[in-house]
Design a protein around this ligand. Structure first.
Ligand SMILES: [Zn+2]
Length: 207
């Protein structure tokens, strides 16, 4: 898990540099076989050292590391459990994602890039207290059908990827879409792409 822990530090710095988290909020993980390396609780993501990142088993028990794993460890484990293709997760409190997650039930298709997440919108998972099995279940529901991004009501966003690079890229695209949507709402009522327009893009992407 040495490479996985180093990657958590690298991408931890990136999410802070982009302003996707403040303080010690947000958490990232990488899965390797049965084990998961995750960012620790209470440490700012741009100050991590590889040895700070605990390694946990599927039950959430720490098998390596001194620090306690992120409070959202149950969510990370639950998402890997139902997404066999995912090997990395990025969870942030990015501003525009949080704005949409506080005011809407979905991020609608204001741009064709929404299709990159495996659906024609991005669902907002129902609110539940952070770190709980209820939140993990709600987020899992919002990702049902093989989706790779969801927003968390009154909280933030989460993306999955085959590695941290992909999960981080998806977080960047999700935040960009949310910013466009929020700014468009400020100008009036955004036009949403219809099913025929989205189907054309899907056909082009598959071709
Ligand atoms: Zn959070």
């Amino acid at each position: 898990m040495r490479d996985a822990r180093a990657a958590l530090c690298d991408y931890g710095r990136r999410v802070v540099e982009r302003g996707y988290v403040v303080g010690s909020s947000g958490n990232l993980s990488v899965r390797d076989g049965d084990l998961m390396a995750v960012t620790p609780t209470g440490v700012q993501l741009d100050r991590l050292r590889p040895e700070d990142c605990p390694v946990v088993d599927p039950a959430g028990r720490v098998v390596d590391g001194r620090l306690a794993p992120s409070s959202e460890t149950p969510m990370h484990l639950a998402l890997y459990d139902t997404a066999p293709d995912a090997s990395a997760i990025v969870h942030t409190h990015s501003v525009f994602g949080a704005v949409v997650a506080t005011t809407r039930e979905v991020l609608p298709a204001i741009h064709y890039n929404v299709l990159l997440f495996g659906g024609r919108d991005v669902r907002v998972a129902d609110y539940a207290t952070y770190g709980t099995a209820d939140l993990a279940r709600n987020v899992r529901g919002a990702l049902a059908g093989g989706r790779t991004a969801a927003l968390l009501a009154n909280h933030g966003g989460v993306t999955l990827g085959t590695d941290l690079d992909e999960a981080f890229e998806r977080t960047s695209i999700l935040e960009w879409l949310c910013e466009v949507y929020v700014r468009a709402c400020g100008m009036g009522t955004p036009r949403i792409l219809d099913d025929a327009e989205l189907a054309d893009v899907e056909a082009r992407m598959q071709g």
